[in-house]
Design a protein around this ligand. Sequence first.
Ligand code: KMH
Ligand code: ZN
Length: 454
Amino acid sequence: MTHGLGLTVTLRVRMGAHDAHYAGELVDGARMLALFGDVATELLIRLDGDEGLFRAYEAVEFLAPVLAGDYVEVTGVITKVGNTSRRMAFEARKVVQNVRQPGVAASAADALWDPIVVCRAIGTCVVPVELQRKPRIVLPALTSFAPETSALPEPRPIITPPPRVIVTPPGAKPGAKPGAELGAELIITAAIVGAEVTRAQTPHLPITAKELADEAARCRDAGASVVHLHVRNADGSPSQSSDLFREAIEAIREKADVVIQTSTGGAVGMSIEERSGPLACKPEMATLNCGSVNFGDDIFVNSRPDIRQLAKRIREAGSIAELECYEVGHIDEALALLKDGHIVNPLHFQFVLGIAGAIGAREDILRFLVSQVPPGATWGVAAVGRHQRPMTELGMRIGGHVRVGLEDNIYLDKGVLSEGSAPLVARAASYAREVGREVIDPERARRILGITAV
Ligand code: KMH
Ligand code: ZN
């Protein structure tokens, strides 16, 4: 059986009597390596459209015996993609084992509640450039989260410890797409959790501080320089608790140097008091929603006095505001805020497109919004659902910054869940390089956004 999409592959195989090589029906370690080889081959076929070649193992650990009658589940994940090399981490787990006890039938077997890790390895495969048949879109695979904090459907692919995703940038191809601002710096923001998406919709949603930090680190590896942050209660419901934000921010800070942009939008229906919670953490950056808007069947209320109150609190926290605009009039409101001294230059707009009931995610609309941006200001685009990819790609071609991630879109492709936000970031970064945009690091993002110190 195989499951897993993108760059994670899992096989489950029964070890038979013919696999047993040593006394006591012990299966030899080479059998595990053969399974790793099969997983590696499938990974290469998915990535490159070619079986490739296994070049070397740099580490192999045999951790527990495998006997005839055991079922072994083998997972492989691509952790680094070079020009021709693909580095992978493998893990084999025993998920069913024969009982083998005196007085118990020889055919008795148990499905293990906690799989036993029997072997781990790291290895590298190669696919010569001339045999690579797929476009260079790097989609790092991610692990699922710890079972006790998730409601993952079975079977749960678990790689322990979770591999960090390291994406080796494919070379830029300047000039590949007309209209690109060649060489222009690009900030990719990863919106890793949001307030609305649920674990029932995607098992890849990070919830705890550790999960948020792991996801932030993967997104940073994949090319994100800013993380747009919400937090959740342990039951997955949205929260604006300053304590939860502090915990998440501290955990992220330990793993990634990204700009952390906290939400002051929270979830529909929250009071301004509640939404101000994260500002107690004095974040580097915070969102400022510039007007009310239909939000699906709800209304996301941002009255003018409330916007001013939040702008004041963002200023007092020493944070930089990102101006979330969901309608054309919100740009005018942002300019009024500037004129009245509630916010200061440089302005950074985020155009949020495609929310049901609000402005559409269309090229003419984005171009019009961009035409309203004053000189010296920067802008980004965040589009929801299936609009995310085309709008962010358009945004990159016409000189904007972009936001991707599970808050706005949980799918990598039609019907294919993204394994976290990092694959969406990696795909955006890959496209950026194709059109000659330079994916920049957090330090340079801070300079562009006017953030002075971490
Ligand atoms: N959850 C939305 C209602 C923000 O982060 O500032 C609001 C939101 C905007 O996500
Ligand atoms: Zn948000």
